[in-house]
Ligand binder design. Sequence first.
Ligand code: ARG
Length: 478
Amino acid sequence: MPDNKKNSNPATLQDQKDKPADKLWGGRFSESTDAFVEAFTASIDFDKRLYKHDIEGSRAHAQMLNKVGLLSDKEVTDILQGLDEIQDEIENGQFKWSLKREDIHMNIEARLTDKIGIAGKKLHTGRSRNDQVATDIRLWLREQIDLISNEIRRLQTGLLSVAEQEADTILPGFTHLQVAQPITFGHHMMAWFEMLERNHGRLQDCRTRVNIMPLGSAALAGTTYPIDREYAAELLGFERPCNNSLDGVSDRDFAIEFLSAASLIMMHLSRFSEELVLWASAQFHFIDLPDRFCTGSSIMPQKKNPDVPELVRGKTGRVYGDLMSLLTLMKSQPLAYNKDNQEDKEPLFDAVDTLMGSLRAFADMTPHIKTNKDKMRAAAMQGFSTATDLADYLVGKNLPFRDAHEVVGNAVAYGVNTGKDLSEMSLDELRQFSDKITEDVFNVLTLEGSVAARNHPGGTAPDQVRRQIAAAKDKIKG
Ligand code: ARG
């Protein structure tokens, strides 16, 4: 019965003719891949970005195979030479990317075999694309984390220079976006510095878990060859090989951790952005942003729009989206590798590009922020920003804080009715509310007196800000 025969042996002569000869895995298949499916399942359009790290991983794998006797010296030399040439071809734009070869791994491997023959076909011994891709992404992300960390340092350095210049500059500090107490601009910059310092720490922490090597996990269970994983890990600068091959090929926690650290950085940049946008508005006019970081309006000639901070604020959503993509991608996946995982790359690439661009724009712009000291000072003079200082003064004169709060509340109500700030009232006017108030009150009602009095670690006094700056400089040097 011809039908049965065909079923029991699908590789008939006719089928052999249709076999996907161009596929590295074509052996068990009896017909070519559907053209749309080929394009739909391919990742080469985006994972070509991993070429350098794929080659780096292959070099280490080949050297390891040579060390354990699975590749001869000649074979490994040919492989390394071939991989070098392929890297040149890619970097010179001569490499012919092939959709039929699906992804970066098979594009490079197939090209290697085109170039050097049999030795190229031996490169994949004891390896699978599953451990290969997991290794590539970790190598790539490790490098990106280092670049992003440098960019954070550059932004922090810019903040330190502004903080140093503006250690004595006074502006109103806000809570609920209502004037609260006077602070120094340097202190405000150092708050941003601290946020970035935590981000830097989170990236370093994440890096320790990125820096574990999946290579050697093969498809999922490990390999029958006597591989030396420690040696490959050493060549690639990994801390160690992963402990479990199933986990090694399927784990993407490290990417999710990175994306959550990236989301926090963007959240912080978005908060800085919001303040810059407010401060650059005509109503605040605390700062001027350099023209080269702003754009105009096609209709309103007077406009100078703070596009960079606005755009960074807007881009924050993309990175949150990338984090959600990966969390959702990994949810419910059974062990070990699933094709779903091919979807890990685009969100990761997008987040890295968005984050790098945003940090770069901020690092370039920040040292050139110009402060408008008069405007800030005038704003700090409004809204009774030294009311807490008056209450503290009365506490110093033996009034319980709650009673002092009440006294100052009455003085503020009087100020609202008469249109006077506390510092603009005469001694007699102030003494209506408490006879404990004497001439020395005016020392605490000035803006300078107010900020200088908060002279403890973490406080806004210019002396403390300078101390913070010095400590921060030491920290980022190391
Ligand atoms: N392009 C694939 C990815 O990005 C490589 C791994 C494919 N492995 C497989 N067994 N199909 O995940």
